[in-house]
Design a protein around this ligand. Structure first.
Ligand SMILES: [Fe+2]
Ligand SMILES: [Fe+2]
Length: 197
């Protein structure tokens, strides 16, 4: 970022609801706590957590516009379930408004909703921390938080399986990218897929 954490927080507090702002702080804290365990620079981890939802409060039209202005054309599913775009738009906002240039941080923001095969440690950490930060009150948060201290890959698969099942049960659109990510980590942990890292 081209600013201090305090400056970034001042901007975020204007952009987000109080609840979402607190969630962002919680994700950032959890990422920072676990960064060392996974060989990630603590400031990078904190930044990625802090900024991951920076586009969360944008309207559907704004999300689509930010994506298109930056050369990303949303697919049909993203046009209908527009909130899926907040992660992709978030990386563009992080770059433009917070001066974030680090590719790993930007990828962590882009991929925090659906994940992708072969994520970096930072991408997996943000993806999982988003699901199980201390403010998350669903019954699986404690289990996932415990897992997250032990294995990024296993927690990533666990989170994906739970989110996919939960959304399918509620009739919420699951983007195929989530299924592709789930299948990748399932294969990786079963030993039938090889990670490229
Ligand atoms: Fe998000
Ligand atoms: Fe989030």
């Amino acid at each position: 970022m081209n600013m201090t954490f305090d400056q970034a927080k001042d901007i975020l507090i204007e952009k987000l609801s109080a609840h979402r702002y607190q969630h962002s702080l919680n994700v950032a804290d959890l990422c920072r706590q676990l960064a060392g365990r996974y060989g990630i620079h603590v400031d990078k981890a904190y930044t990625a957590g802090l900024l991951h939802d920076c586009a969360k409060a944008m309207s559907d039209q704004e999300l689509i516009k930010v994506c298109r202005d930056n050369g990303y054309e949303p697919d049909d599913i993203q046009i209908k379930a527009t909130q899926l775009l907040h992660s992709i738009a978030g990386a563009f906002v992080a770059k433009e408004e917070f001066g974030e240039e680090d590719e790993d941080i930007l990828n962590s923001i882009t991929n925090h909703t659906c994940g992708r095969p072969n994520m970096s440690n930072l991408e997996m950490l943000v993806f999982c921390a988003d699901y199980c930060e201390v403010g998350r009150i669903h019954s699986d948060a404690v289990v996932a938080r415990e897992m997250l201290g032990k294995s990024l890959e296993e927690t990533t698969l666990h989170v994906l399986e739970n989110v996919i099942t939960f959304n399918e049960q509620r009739g919420v659109t699951v983007h195929p990218a989530s299924l592709i990510t789930r299948d990748f980590y399932k294969g990786l942990l079963e030993g039938s897929t090889e990670g490229k890292r």
